[in-house]
Design a binder for this molecule. Structure first.
Ligand code: AMP
Ligand code: ZN
Ligand code: ZN
Length: 312
């Protein structure tokens, strides 16, 4: 996003105004001043919500908030756009990282005057560091299952109609790239910015799927949103971080690569993978907790059993 000195804002210029640009978005060929970047961002989020029929002003949206730039920017934009959106923070119990991100999420909820629900993993099951010790899996995979489980359970219990997460274009491209490298068809089949409601699952949406990580960071900074700037200590060495580095290089050499890869998949590949005759996974109810699951016992109840065994 390099900007030549003295460049004027594209939109201001069209309105015969003289404001200098502060950001350059090469893949959109736009140079924007702060004010027009903020409105560009919010318009893009609104367009994505409409394009994928994510939700309307009548819905009650539960934004999964991590304290990071993406989820806080999303929450800010949704409230500004007039949506009925509250937050859900899952306290993962990862030392300072969780303490800091919880404070930032709470402060932000006060600032925008919206409710923040909090789930304490230590009470529900165990903290992520303890779970990590009990299972022979990387922390991120157990953490992902636990987060998805409680997002869904809480949204149902609290009566929200849709869950929105802050996954951005970089996240989606990294996951899509990983799934393509391994040709993980079952995951590819479900990689869409909207997962419709189905037995026991609340509708889940990703309104930032066409916004890059840099754009959401800029939106947070321009709106004086304080967010957690360091990564979760367990994410170190994760393959998604390597893929993001590769894609940053591609994007720099050929702006628009990320968006082309992602939207190309959604338009051309996703429909092929989900043709009517393709087999649907069998959704059951977990025999222990009753939550939806693809197996007899859901992944969170399995985790609980493993932790119990370690404790005995
Ligand atoms: P991550 O998996 O950490 O990249 O986060 C992706 C999205 O999941 C974030 O943008 C949030 O919407 C949501 N999320 C991550 N961590 C939490 C958390 N501790 N509590 C609630 N939502 C979260
Ligand atoms: Zn402008
Ligand atoms: Zn269960």
């Amino acid at each position: 996003m390099r900007l030549k000195k003295g460049t004027r804002c594209t939109i201001c210029k069209s309105k015969k105004l003289n404001n200098k640009a502060v950001v350059f978005l090469p893949h959109h060929r736009l140079a924007l001043c702060k004010e027009h970047f903020i409105s560009w961002f919010e318009n893009r989020v609104e367009k994505t919500i409409k394009e994928f029929k994510m939700f309307s002003k009548n819905d009650t949206v539960l934004v999964a908030v991590s304290g990071g730039k993406d989820s806080l920017s999303l929450w800010n934009a949704l409230v500004k756009l007039g949506y009925n959106a509250d937050g859900l923070y899952i306290d993962l119990g990862i030392g300072e990282y969780s303490k800091d991100s919880k404070i930032l999420s709470l402060d932000f909820s006060k600032k925008i005057g919206r409710k923040l629900h909090i789930v304490d993993l230590k009470i529900e099951i165990e903290t992520i560091p303890v779970i990590k010790e009990s299972v022979n899996k990387p922390a991120c995979s157990a953490c992902g299952s636990v987060k998805r489980y409680y997002m869904n359970k809480m949204a149902k219990e609290l009566g929200y109609s849709v869950i929105a997460t802050g996954h951005n274009l970089d996240d989606e491209v990294a996951v899509l790239f990983g799934n393509t490298l391994g040709w993980d068809i079952d995951y590819l089949k479900r990689q869409y910015p909207v997962l419709e409601e189905e037995e026991g699952f609340i509708k889940k949406v990703k309104p930032l799927c066409k916004i890059t990580e840099k754009e959401s960071a800029l939106y947070a900074v321009f709106n004086n949103i304080e967010y957690i700037e360091y990564e979760c200590p367990f994410s170190e060495g994760a393959s998604s971080i390597r893929y993001k580095e590769i894609w940053s290089k591609l994007e720099e050499q050929s702006p628009g690569s990320k968006l082309r890869f992602y939207t190309g998949f959604l338009k051309k590949m996703y429909p092929l993978l989900n043709k009517e005759n393709s087999k649907k996974d069998d959704l059951k109810k977990c025999i222990i907790c009753g939550e939806p699951s693809f197996h007899e016992i859901c992944s969170v109840c399995k985790l609980k059993q493993k932790i119990q065994k370690v404790k005995v």
